[in-house]
Write a protein that binds this ligand. Structure first.
Ligand code: ADP
Ligand code: MG
Length: 304
């Protein structure tokens, strides 16, 4: 039945010549818009962050080490405002920076799973002693969030949506993804502009690269057409084990030659020691080879 009742003074629409049913539709639209546009709690900033997901389907290749030290290099050496998102339930970002992460922040899992919340990622971050660098702190519920996320409509885009305003306050957002292809990683990739793929010189690492490239290709065609591969970063390169390095590197170059980055990260025990001390490499060993190489990586990304 056609809606003919006169709109009450309270609901009177500002354009009196619009038919009442159209007015009703507009009111409904305005109501829905309230849910999809940011509220005044989140003032829009003047930046538009590049979102970099660090991802590969293998653990122990240097994802967290790369995420932490790249984010730090961008903040320290390029004066960029950087947000480091820990999407891995293991919470290794907080461990790696335990001496530098300040208390505070909240649960990223709540932002990703609570249907009622209007909180953004920026509501759960905390500062670090590194100027310009914020992080999402360790969240014990992130693991169980993975299943809950799977039940939500638009499950691949929960993180992207929760970054809508947040990304206007940062120059770079760097995401440490878990070593699998679950909902958390999918959310990281769907929020990303670029994917950085660390690869250590081991035969298994090549499989991990193949898996993430396949996933990126599918995501590009179905979910996030803007996603791009920033590059494959060779990590833990052991100068003394030339043969293995060359075999793996040649295999990757054969398939992915054009996306191999010109910078690589050598084996450097200072990186592991820095993590034990809970510091980024630029604080722990600023003159180390690893510090120089991670700085080169940041230089390359800023220049591109
Ligand atoms: N270039 C490197 N040289 C030496 N040790 C490294 C290097 N990169 C990472 N590590 C160490 O290897 C281990 C795994 O690295 P991590 O970054 O945690 O990998 P992932 O996040 O992929 O699981 C850590 O103990 C880290 O300190
Ligand atoms: Mg890790």
């Amino acid at each position: 039945m056609r809606y003919t009742a006169r709109p009450s003074a309270h609901f009177a629409h500002p354009l009196p010549n619009i038919a009442p049913d159209v007015a009703m539709r507009n009111l409904l639209k305005a109501g829905i818009r309230r849910f999809v546009t940011p509220d005044s709690r989140h003032p829009i900033g003047d930046k538009h962050a590049t979102v970099i997901a660090v991802s590969v389907q293998k653990g122990g290749v240097g994802k967290t080490t790369t995420t932490v030290n790249l984010a730090s290099a961008l903040a320290r050496h390029h004066d960029k405002r950087v947000l480091l998102i820990d999407l891995d339930p293991q919470g290794h970002v907080t461990t790696a920076l335990s001496a530098q992460v300040r208390p505070g922040g909240g649960a990223l899992s709540r932002v990703l799973t609570d249907e009622q919340t209007t909180d953004e990622v920026m509501d759960v971050v905390t500062a670090t002693d590194i100027p310009n660098l914020s992080v999402t702190p360790f969240d014990a519920n992130l693991g169980s969030a993975e299943d809950l996320m799977g039940t939500r409509i638009g499950k691949e885009f929960l993180l992207r949506d929760a970054l809508r305003v947040t990304r206007t306050h940062y120059d770079f957002i760097v995401i440490d993804c878990p070593p699998n292809l679950g909902n958390l990683t999918l959310n990281g990739l769907c929020a990303a502009d670029q994917v950085l793929i660390p690869c250590d010189p081991s035969p298994l690492a090549v499989k991990g690269v193949d898996a993430v490239v396949q996933t990126i290709t599918r995501i590009a065609s179905r979910l996030n057409p803007d996603i791009d591969v920033l590059g494959i970063l060779m990590t833990r390169v052991d100068g003394r084990n030339r043969k293995l390095n060359d075999t793996v590197t040649d295999k990757i170059r054969e398939t992915y030659g054009d996306v191999m980055l010109p910078v690589s990260i050598g084996i450097d025990t200072q990186l592991a020691k820095a993590q034990v001390d809970g510091q980024d490499i630029f604080t722990f060993a600023p003159t180390s080879r690893a510090a120089k190489q991670y700085r080169e990586l940041a230089d390359l990304i800023v220049a591109s």
